[in-house]
Design a protein around this ligand. Structure first.
Ligand code: GMT
Length: 383
């Protein structure tokens, strides 16, 4: 199939999922065209069946806001016509589903049918999308999609609660490609980060308020009082500065390493002993899944789609949002001795394997078929 994928090209989870999906589809023989404003960060290699089309927005003094949706829908129309695209998959509803719908309508005028799949990722529903400024347009474009998918049952429930949706929403969880995680504890150069007797605790996010980075710092501060540890923080965002101040205030700057945005996620996770994800809201928690496939157990909040991934007492622990005391106690349980840590590591890995791409890709292919040949309305099931 010739598939156009629209996504955010940045470090966010939705862009990562879209990019990894596109790469996997190309390996399966599909022709994939990414249409976005910059080459997606994880899209390193273009090939004869992976193409990238850049959306340009012309600066014009009259425009206070540059009309990205207009440029995107025009680019989609051109790309579909030029390459004979058969299907459009947009990731993150705002504004991609809206621009996709416009492209679909323009093409319809020319007798070209373009089935559209919209994948809901999280904040497009739970934070931004339900804001009254956007809600009618988001509601409309979800309903106009031929097939709608969400990355967790929790996000599906939220979408049905916040919007007036007349479409079936198919849950297709996020995934990892375990073949890409090849490092082992022997070859990941752990000694560069910590001493033998220290545990390594990691947090990866876009440092937005919803991630509760302050809880990461508080949990770490109290854990390292009991067990010698280092904290590695990966990512950039508005909450980073506050976290830096707090770390200085607590006098633990020598125990914390900020790595900024990184394409070396696998390397960082390879030497990690524990992953912290205390988010306020999280539709799935792809970063936790990436941690788990590198045998890193997860201490997380019990919110959104996280409990669909992180199993309490098995792959890590779940605590109520903001319950730092409970997170510290749970972290200490996992880190207290090597045998317990090893058990959690193996259990985290076993759970993550259930989300390997070879289980999930067929689910996307099934909904593509569904959109292409409208009719069947069954949700494909995992495994
Ligand atoms: O919040 C982020 O980490 C970025 C955001 C995005 O849209 O890129 O992530 C959302 O989509 C990811 C991929 O489906 C999910 O794994 C994240 O849980 C979700 N973030 C939130 O719901 C806050």
């Amino acid at each position: 199939m010739k598939i156009a994928i629209v996504c955010y090209p940045t470090f966010g989870g939705s862009g990562v999922v879209a990019t990894e999906l596109g790469i996997a589809l190309a390996h399966r023989g599909h022709e994939v065209h990414f249409v976005t404003y910059r080459q997606p960060v994880r899209l390193e290699l273009l090939s004869n069946n992976i193409h990238f089309h850049e959306v340009h927005v012309q600066e014009y003094p009259l425009f206070h806001y540059q009309p990205y949706e207009l440029a995107l829908s025009s680019k989609l129309v051109d790309t579909v016509k030029m390459y004979g695209i058969e299907l459009l998959h947009v990731h993150y509803a705002i504004p991609h589903a809206y621009a996709g719908y416009m492209a679909k309508k323009m093409l319809e005028e020319e007798g070209i049918s373009l089935p559209m799949i919209t994948t809901l990722h999280g904040t497009d529903i739970t934070l931004v999308g339900k804001h009254p400024f956007y809600k009618p347009a988001v509601n409309f474009s979800i309903n106009q999609s031929d097939v709608v998918t969400s990355v967790s049952q929790s996000l599906k429930d939220d979408t049905l609660a916040f919007f007036d949706i007349r479409k079936e929403i198919h849950v297709i969880p996020n995934f990892i490609d375990k073949r890409k995680y090849t490092r082992t504890s022997e070859n990941c150069q752990r000694h560069l980060m910590a001493n033998e007797d220290e545990r390594i605790i990691t947090h990866i996010s876009n440092f937005r308020k919803v991630k509760r980075v302050q809880d990461v710092v508080e949990v770490f501060y109290r854990v390292q009082q009991e067990i010698p540890s280092k904290l590695i923080l990966v990512g950039e965002g508005p909450e980073r500065e506050g976290a830096e101040h707090r770390i200085e205030e607590l006098g633990i700057t020598d125990r914390v390493l900020f790595l900024g945005n990184s394409n070396e996620i696998e390397h960082v996770l390879c030497f990690s002993d524990l992953f912290l994800l205390p988010s306020e809201k999280e539709s799935f928690g792809l970063a936790a899944l990436e941690a788990m496939i590198t045998k890193t157990p997860v201490i997380s909040s019990n919110t959104g789609g996280i409990p669909e991934l992180n199993q309490h007492g098995v792959t890590g622990f779940l605590s109520e949002v903001g319950d730092v005391d409970d997170m510290v106690a749970n972290a200490l349980v996992i880190l207290k001795d090597d045998a317990t840590l090893q058990r959690f590591k193996e259990q985290a890995y076993a759970r993550a394997e259930q989300f390997d791409i070879h289980h999930i890709l067929p689910m996307y292919e099934a909904v593509y078929e569904m959109a292409y040949h409208t009719g069947a309305r069954q949700t494909p099931s995992l495994g």
